[in-house]
Design a protein around this ligand. Structure first.
Ligand code: TRP
Length: 329
């Protein structure tokens, strides 16, 4: 069975865009592949989080993925820092990655621009740590967004270089997992583009109803249609798309008709949309909070993930050390 691996940012709380996009696909993948999903807490150290925040973020994201339906019996769900084989492989791979190529990655150049006061070595070697994450389980497929494609390309480069240097065919090249047409893109609330992390544009699974209402009510619209069946502007199209995703068909039809006859009041549409989103997220939020507060369950799941992940990781590291010439006395 092929292995799929995905790293989850520990600071990236799930919003509806992630939920209908990546997570729904993870739920299918865990049935069909040998899946490794992990919370990338080492990667988050590049921004120097406060110790309490580091732990709480990991716990929150872990609880969110469980609540969203990742099944720890089917997939291996673990925390990166629970697997010491990853930083060891990272050290070994670092000897084989060059400053020039690391400096040229777009994610690094972005960070240099955005946080010139904190250009640490961890940022530079971020792609090497990512390669260690992937190669430690010799993953076949990695679902990545556009922004991570280059990092996956680097992984292939490091894997190839290792094979070449030691005259082995140990690592095979991980491919991007292509969601193809199945990837649902959820629009944001700010009128353009898809739902993301930027302020006010996204609705989080764990968000309180009052906050959801506030965000939806302030979503961007336009001044309203002036002639029947008028073409919709982008912000309005986006709201209708959200209705399609979250509401009953009769609700959608009602507002479509109101739009086409120029009787629509966007305030009414937003009110309804907010309630429908809350209806959808309410059970998820409850479940997230239940899991977050269930220390016994969480520690059981975390331990199980750690064991499964280390079983695979330690085998790879053992092979790699042997290939490189480490021997015990
Ligand atoms: N860098 C990825 C992101 O920002 C997270 C990540 C870390 C990852 N290690 C990975 C993704 C390994 C895929 C494979 O989203």
């Amino acid at each position: 069975m092929e292995t799929v691996l995905s790293g989850i940012r520990s600071t990236g709380n799930l919003h509806l865009g992630n939920y209908f996009g990546a997570v729904q696909n993870f739920l299918k993948m865990q049935q069909e592949y040998n899946c490794y999903f992990f919370v990338a807490d080492y990667h988050s150290l590049t921004t120097h989080p406060k110790p309490d925040n580091l732990h709480n973020n990991v716990k929150q994201v872990f609880a969110e993925y469980l609540a969203a339906g990742i099944d720890p019996e089917l997939a291996t769900l673990y925390i990166q820092s629970d697997v010491p084989e990853i930083p060891e492989l990272y050290l070994l791979l670092n000897m084989n990655s060059y400053i020039g190529e690391l400096e040229r990655t777009t994610t690094f150049k972005d960070k240099v621009r955005k946080q010139p006061e904190n250009v640490n070595a961890g940022l530079l070697t971020y792609p090497v740590l990512m390669a260690a994450d992937i190669l430690i389980h010799r993953a076949h497929k990695v679902p990545v967004g556009k922004d991570q494609e280059q990092n996956l390309e680097m992984t292939r480069k490091f894997a190839k270089r290792f094979n070449h240097m030691y005259g082995v065919e140990y690592f095979h090249m991980p491919d991007p997992f292509n969601f193809g047409k199945e990837l649902v893109k959820v629009p944001g609330l700010d009128g353009t583009g898809k739902m993301g992390k930027s302020d006010g544009n996204g609705i989080y699974l764990a968000e309180e109803p009052a906050s959801i209402r506030k965000k939806v009510m302030s979503a961007v619209t336009d001044s309203g249609p002036v002639k029947p069946n008028q073409e919709m502007t982008e912000p309005v199209k986006n709201l209708f798309y959200l209705l399609e995703l979250m509401s009953e068909k009769s609700t959608l039809d009602h507002f479509r008709n109101a739009y086409n006859t120029c009787t629509i009041r966007y305030g009414d549409l937003k009110k309804q949309l907010a309630e429908d989103i809350i209806k959808f997220t309410d059970p998820l939020r409850t479940r997230i909070n239940e899991i977050y507060n269930d220390e016994v369950y969480l520690s059981k799941v975390v331990k199980m993930g750690e064991e499964k992940a280390r079983a695979s990781a330690s085998q790879t590291l053992k092979d790699v050390r042997k290939i490189m010439g480490f021997k015990s006395f």
